[in-house]
Design a protein around this ligand. Structure first.
Ligand SMILES: Cc1cc2nc3c(=O)[nH]c(=O)nc-3n(C[C@H](O)[C@H](O)[C@H](O)COP(=O)(O)OP(=O)(O)OC[C@H]3O[C@@H](n4cnc5c(N)ncnc54)[C@H](O)[C@@H]3O)c2cc1C
Length: 462
């Protein structure tokens, strides 16, 4: 984009004065390690990386950037799958790694105040002694940050019961692109006081402000839990079992789907060997009493049998359960080993359209000559179609991109969405107008209101 500045030596000097010299770097290694996330896209180096520790420091960085119209990109764990923290126009990367304090746990309020750079699994390890947890649980839980999860409205394995990040953010402190420090929201479970700016900011992919702390609602850890793994000889059987479980009114915490390709990749590339059938479901039930959980497992098992299941595993120990969830968490790393540049779809459709959409993925794979596998959080309609390509910008990558775009159009045409949890980033911007039509103009105006100079995460989302 025209008209952006680059940091001059006096800008770098000002940054060093504000943050301290050790928290400002133009070292090539630091520039490289802050350039990419998990999206196999193009490489863009920033000019400088900074590691602020307070909202005031973030504010100073943004004031400087706004005065000089220097692009700023916010980076959490860098695990995003859509390139949403990639410094497309160079400039400054704000890395939140040093804003990593759990500020206060308030067990009676079921709330925690947390800085954005805290890693998801570390937050839950901190909460466990209080019998509490923050549920969204993305597959990247070992390395993604709370700030990145809020900015992407991340969710994951247990959204089917517990919902998504947006359902848990009560209030936020943010620094606007002009350097103003604001608090939005209130630390209560409901309020009816005008526009809901918290909901606007969650999922805004770092384009409206830098989140410097957040108050999150928490849940009590379930007293009892149980996992079921079920294997089917047809895709139709597995998908119809998902619909049957939901229709029966059971309340599983997770319903995950893996097709044959993914099961084979996990068995090949991870330490877990899974039985190979056409598809596999993993269900998890949580509850207050053991008997309640056992009843739900029994009811689910009956439903699975009615849907043509060929093998059911009911793990009898925490280790056995862990093994099954380890397999699920090995999904994306296994896909990355099988393809240099996979395209990972993230559509969501109404539950009645699940089977059609899964079958459409295979039809498109065949039509475009691309190896395709389907997995995901199908219990809430979220389908991750993985297109395995020979590398970025190869012929197979182009064909996969076309197939994926057609699948996204299909999902939107049946009332679904282009992305359920990974976000738009730089990867899926073309889908924004198909999804939103004229309301995209309203979003552009909101962006201008927060960020008149267009300095924060330019090139991302809008
Ligand atoms: C193996 C693997 C599995 C995954 N599984 C899931 C899954 O199950 N569910 C899911 O939802 N996602 C999943 N993801 C995607 C990704 O992990 C999530 O989107 C996660 O929320 C990104 O967090 P992060 O800290 O890595 O953010 P980053 O990638 O660093 O950034 C993501 C976005 O957040 C913005 N951002 C970061 N911090 C702030 C802040 N403090 N203020 C404002 N904006 C900020 C960035 O600018 C960017 O726009 C997976 C990724 C991988 C690699």
């Amino acid at each position: 984009m025209e008209g952006y500045g680059t940091p001059s030596s006096s800008d770098l000097e000002r940054l060093r004065r504000v943050l301290g010299p050790e928290d400002v770097s133009t070292d090539r290694y630091d520039l490289l390690t802050n350039a990419l996330d998990a999206y196999p896209g193009e490489l863009h180096l920033p000019d400088v990386v900074v590691w602020p520790e307070t909202a005031e420091e973030v504010s100073e960085v943004l004031r400087l950037a706004n005065d000089r119209r220097i692009p700023v990109y916010v980076r959490g764990g860098g695990t995003g799958l859509a390139g949403a923290c990639v410094p497309v126009y160079g400039g400054i990367v704000i890395n939140t790694m040093k804003m990593n304090r759990v500020i206060e746990v308030r067990p009676l309020d079921l709330q925690v105040d947390v800085q954005p750079g805290v890693i998801y699994d570390q937050l839950n390890a901190h909460l466990a002694p209080h019998g509490l947890f923050f549920p969204p649980d993305p597959g990247s839980s070992r390395s993604c940050t709370i700030g990145g999860m809020i900015a992407n409205n991340a969710s994951g394995l247990r959204a089917v019961r517990y919902g998504v990040t947006r359902d848990y953010v009560l209030s936020l402190r943010l620094v606007t692109p002009t350097g103003k420090v604001l608090r939005v929201g209130a630390n209560v479970f409901k309020s009816s006081v005008g526009y809901d700016l918290v909901r606007l900011l969650v999922g805004s992919e770092g384009t409206l402000g830098v989140i410097t702390d957040a108050t999150l609602k928490l849940r009590k850890l379930p007293k009892h839990r149980s996992t079921v793994a079920a294997y089917f000889d047809s895709i139709e059987g597995g998908v119809s079992a998902i619909n049957a479980v939901r229709q029966e009114g059971l309340d599983p915490a997770a319903i995950e789907f893996l097709d044959r390709l993914h099961v084979e990749l996990i068995s090949k590339h991870s330490s877990v060997l899974l039985p190979t059938h056409e598809c596999m479901l993993i269900l998890e039930f949580h509850g207050y009493s053991r008997r309640g959980v056992e009843e739900e497992v029994r009811a689910a098992t009956d439903i699975l049998k009615g849907s043509g299941v060929v093998q059911i595993e009911l793990p009898h120990s925490a280790d056995e359960e862990q093994r099954i969830w380890e397999a699920r968490k090995a999904l994306y790393p296994s896909v990355m080993r099988a393809s240099k540049a996979p395209i990972t779809g993230d559509i969501i459709v109404p539950l009645s359209k699940l089977l059609d959409t899964v079958m459409k993925s295979y039809e498109l794979g065949e039509r475009y000559g691309v190896t395709v596998g389907v997995a995901g959080h199908l219990g809430d309609g979220n389908i991750h179609t993985n297109w395995l390509t020979d590398g970025r910008d190869t012929d197979s990558w182009m064909r996969a991109a076309k197939a994926n775009a057609e699948l996204v159009d299909y999902a939107i045409s049946v009332g679904g969405a282009a992305s359920a949890e990974h976000g738009i980033g730089i990867e899926k911007k073309d889908f924004m107008s198909t999804q939103h039509g004229e309301s995209l103009d309203l979003m552009r105006k909101i962006k201008e209101l927060f960020d008149p100079q267009g300095i924060l995460n330019p090139g991302v989302l809008i």
